[in-house]
Design a protein around this ligand. Structure first.
Ligand SMILES: [Zn+2]
Length: 133
């Protein structure tokens, strides 16, 4: 058992056992006070009282949304056009054409934004799988 030892203003020393219920931290994003389960923090073997920061569940979710949103923005029609041009020049023209058929389009510009990600993934798959369709 560990305990906290703090000297009070009246000179008395206050000792408080550290339990799984009296350790708190603040979320670095929103400042909300969070109860900490030290066992959980240290269980991955990387826990460290000084540098570990715990993000609350709301901010964890926000961070995840933010990063996936950023990924979504990265896929642009220009990027897809460039990727398909590159693949065509790298002799994947036939496979790219098949993909156009699959999406029932004649030009990249006909893709709707909801298709960008899956189309880009399909193009990337062509390149990484060596077009073994
Ligand atoms: Zn937070």
């Amino acid at each position: 058992m560990f305990y906290l030892k703090a000297k009070l203003a009246n000179g008395k020393v206050n000792k408080t056992d550290i339990t799984d219920e009296n350790v708190f931290t603040r979320c670095p994003d929103c400042g909300r006070e969070l109860p900490i389960d030290l066992v959980e923090v240290f269980s991955d073997g990387e826990g460290d009282l000084f540098s570990t920061s715990i993000v609350c569940s709301t901010c964890t979710k926000k961070r995840a949304e933010k990063s996936s949103h950023t990924v979504g923005i990265k896929i642009t029609i220009d990027g897809i056009a460039l990727l398909s041009d590159t693949l065509c020049q790298a002799s994947y023209g036939e496979q790219v054409y098949d993909l156009f058929n699959e999406y029932e389009i004649e030009a990249i510009q006909e893709l709707v934004p909801e298709q960008y990600e899956s189309f880009a993934d399909a193009l990337k798959a062509l390149a990484t799988e060596g077009g073994s369709l």
